[in-house]
Ligand binder design. Structure first.
Ligand SMILES: [Zn+2]
Length: 196
């Protein structure tokens, strides 16, 4: 029994050592150098935002009102930000918001939001105003990362002075719609990835 505990502690210590990150110093906040070193690891995207997300949005233009509500400063051409709204928007109906890809590596959230638009949203449109932002953090999607390109977690940035443009652009977009109260917000944080 005692020997077993000692072995367990040894394994835990080894595991802690193995988790030490290769950039920066444990317990010391990153500066610009560390962020630049981290970002340099992602010179080549691992998958295509255009092919896996934007092309699917384009195919939905006939059924939904598509709005480009911003673009990521790190590469505005490559990373336009889109929402899709039901066309029968009516102030008398409850408003529903669906967001996917706040964490770009959560593939199922992005593809699930798109699948919802493809399969169910129109059926619900007579009863609800529905707005879907299927991929809030497209740089994170392409690079299969939780953080954005500045090593900031977009999910911690929806406050007024939040650091991530992914969150700020969506926040401005939602405020511009003048919705007094969202009846429901489904934020899809689902990570079932074929890539990781
Ligand atoms: Zn998440």
């Amino acid at each position: 029994m005692f020997v077993g505990r000692v072995r367990l502690l040894s394994v835990m210590t080894a595991a802690s050592t193995a988790r030490a990150y290769h950039i920066g110093t444990a317990g010391v906040p990153w500066g610009k150098e560390e962020v630049a070193a981290w970002r340099a690891q992602f010179a080549t995207p691992k998958r295509s935002y255009q092919g896996e997300v934007v092309d699917k949005i384009e195919a939905l233009r006939e059924s939904f009102e598509v709005t480009q509500y911003g673009a990521l400063p790190c590469d505005p051409e490559r990373y336009p930000l889109f929402s899709l709204r039901t066309r029968s928007w009516d102030a008398s109906k409850p408003c529903v918001l669906v967001t996917g890809g706040v964490h770009g590596y959560e593939t199922s959230g992005v593809q699930g939001a798109l699948r919802f638009l493809q399969t169910e949203a129109l059926r619900l449109a007579p009863h609800f105003n529905i707005l879907v932002a299927p991929c809030v953090s497209p740089w994170g999607y392409e690079n299969i990362q939780r953080w954005n390109s500045d090593a900031v977690d977009p999910n911690r940035s929806f406050k007024p002075d939040g650091a991530a443009e992914e969150a700020q652009a969506l926040r401005r977009h939602l405020l511009s719609l003048g919705v007094a109260s969202w009846t429901c917000h489904v934020d899809l944080h689902v990570r079932v990835n074929p890539y990781t």
